[in-house]
Design a binder for this molecule. Structure first.
Ligand code: LMR
Length: 390
């Protein structure tokens, strides 16, 4: 029976982790999977999380089941950060999900059960978005996310929305666009929100990098602007990056609507999808986040650590942008892009040459993880880039 299974290509991005680990060259540079690294190349556990974990171990008296919605204290503690301090709490409810991926999966499946048949999405996007849409059986309609000038393509989104209507959902990255680093400006979000509302399209907002772009508040601008204009939306949230909890898989799915009955149904459907998929989300990381957010000192510690991350990435971006032009690659745009990622216009041969000849690992799309660069390797990277592009 099992021989009937179609072979599956290995996940290219996750495959890079193995390739990088197997490379014996000490000077190798990992610009692959989206994991923050310090100036010394480490991905340490946040101090705030360590403190919360210590408290959790000291105080947790049971690991009994919580239910498919997970830790609701965690889910509610995030609400002011995501939706804003004054957000109408009667409009929103949520549930925990296993990472941002679990949250996107819940959002897409709830949308499908609500009658959505097409997902409209800018490309390039995080490759898993298309895979999750494909797994749902819905149609994916794409438009161009980045203009030739390197800005977010509002005209392309506008044209895609003009072709869409009720029964369609538009999937938008809240901030720190993955893979391009090219975000909509505030003025563009101001224009996008009424367009979505006018077309009656369901917004599906993926916020996986809040705090890594311009700050916790600024990175929520697009999401909050859209939510102020539309009656309903679905939100997928990840704490994997901004709390450094990657492998603990910490995410949340929220539904926003003005209709109390619709909100109850959205949560009940989310819970039934969760029950049939993973039953209940893993507890540890979400409980640690809840403890951080419930304690003013730990919250300050976390926000300061997040500031350090963002500032370091900004420094790396400034250094890259200062190079102006490296071989055929214009570097200045990297200085105005946001978050962990940027995309370099490299051919697959050039990406392969960077890996084989220089030990530099990046996604096949030309996406680089900015945080993989440090003062110790950035010049090596720029020299290698020049060598493969002249
Ligand atoms: C990435 O894009 O590198 C991260 O979001 C990790 C992942 O799950 O793909």
């Amino acid at each position: 029976m099992l021989e009937a299974l179609a072979p599956q290509p290995a996940d290219a991005l996750l495959g890079l982790i193995k390739l990088y680990n197997a490379d014996p060259r000490p000077e190798k540079i990992d610009l692959g999977v989206g994991v923050y690294r310090t100036a010394t190349g480490a991905t340490p556990v946040f101090k705030a999380i360590k403190a919360a974990e210590a408290r959790l171990i000291a105080t947790q008296d049971s690991k009994s089941y919580l239910g498919p919605e997970g830790d609701m204290g965690f889910v509610r503690a995030l609400i002011p950060y995501v939706f804003g301090a004054g957000f109408d709490l009667s409009r929103v409810d949520g549930m925990q999900a296993p990472g941002g991926t679990g949250a996107v999966r819940l959002a897409i499946e709830v949308a499908r059960r609500a009658g959505v048949r097409r997902i409209v999405m800018g490309t390039p996007s995080w490759p898993n978005h298309a895979q999750i849409v494909a797994a749902s059986g819905m149609e994916l309609v794409t438009f161009r996310h980045v203009t030739a000038e390197g800005t977010a393509d509002l005209d392309a989104l506008s044209a895609a929305l003009a072709e869409a209507g009720p029964g369609d959902a538009v999937l938008l990255h809240g901030c720190c666009h993955n893979p391009s680093g090219v975000d909509y400006t505030c003025a563009q979000w101001d224009a996008i929100a009424p367009m979505i509302a006018t077309r009656g399209v369901l917004p599906l907002l993926d916020l996986a990098y809040q705090g890594l772009g311009a700050g916790m508040e600024a990175d929520a601008y697009g999401l909050r602007t859209v939510l102020a204009a539309v009656p309903e939306a679905l939100v997928a949230y990840s704490c994997d990056k901004n709390f450094g909890l990657y492998r603990d898989r910490v995410g949340a799915f929220y539904a926003v609507t003005g209709d109390a009955d619709a909100l109850t149904r959205a949560m009940a459907n989310g819970a039934s999808i969760a029950r049939a998929s993973w039953s209940m989300p893993p507890d540890h990381g979400a409980a640690a986040v809840r403890l951080v957010l419930d304690d003013a000192d730990m919250t300050q510690m976390w926000l300061a650590e997040l500031d350090d991350m963002r500032n370091r990435m900004r420094e790396v971006r400034d250094r890259l942008a200062a190079a102006q032009q490296v071989g055929t690659i214009p570097m200045a745009p990297l200085g105005i892009q946001n978050g962990l990622f940027s995309m370099l216009p490299l051919s697959s041969e050039q990406i392969l040459a960077l890996r084989t000849d220089h030990g530099i690992y990046m996604a096949g799309s030309g996406r680089i993880n900015i945080a993989g660069l440090t003062s110790g390797n950035i010049d090596t990277f720029i020299d290698a880039l020049r060598a493969v592009t002249v």
